[in-house]
Write a protein that binds this ligand. Sequence first.
Ligand code: ADP
Length: 267
Amino acid sequence: MNAPHRAAAAAPLPFYQPLADECEVFEAAWRQQLPLLIKGPTGCGKTRFVAHMAARLGLPLFTVSCHDDLSAADLVGRHLIAAGDTQWCDGPLTRAVRAGGICYLDEVVEARKDTTVVLHPLTDDRRILPIERTGEQLAAPPGFMLVVSYNPGYQHVLKTLKPSTRQRFVALAFDFPPPAVELTVLREEGGADEALARRLVALATQLRRLGGYHLDEAVSTRLLVYAAKLIASGMAARTACRVALVEPLSDEPDTLAALMAVVDTQF
Ligand code: ADP
């Protein structure tokens, strides 16, 4: 999770089809040294967007998938004992600060509350990272940017960003791409031809209408790309839709049957 990705000079940018003016907003926030919060459902393109922007700006990217055990020490670093010696080992946040790159904390609300202690001084005009264990205080260079994301749809009563944290970020709201954008994504990413991409997008629209009814989450662009890849590789469309679009969404037999009935209207 800690590996930085530095865009090689000639490497192509990770493909990203913009939805609106989010690329300009990201770049402006980075130039003004402001942290960014991206809100949106799972699989709608948040991570891809950050990877694309990091490459576009030529910045190393340090991505952390947050989980409920992730602590400040996991982000900042810790002393490790190797061959009887104690050595300090930087965590991904510290490495991003030192490198002047982007630190992307995916699903930041999952992380333990003690992480705010290190995030807050980095997200106001101090832009410093205090490393308590070593007594160091790192000043973030101009290139450094903190980007966090979360999915407001989970509706975890206990897991939401505190106002005192969220008010430190410029925020972008993401959602599933509009049909024209999703068509392009399915062609580029899923290898779908125009006709297949259109049918999948039409199906997604229908499935998403059902979404709020029994499902925690609607069918994502990521799952549509999976379905497109399976069909493009030769799998029967109905099977691909069942395994990529229907089964991942629910365990309830009635809900699965209702979703398959919608698939049957398209394929
Ligand atoms: P999130 O971080 O929101 O959970 P991802 O960024 O991992 O979602 O997106 C999931 C997949 O959906 C990506 O790997 C990519 O194939 C596709 N995708 C979604 N939106 C876009 C977009 N606007 N441009 C290009 N690919 C996209």
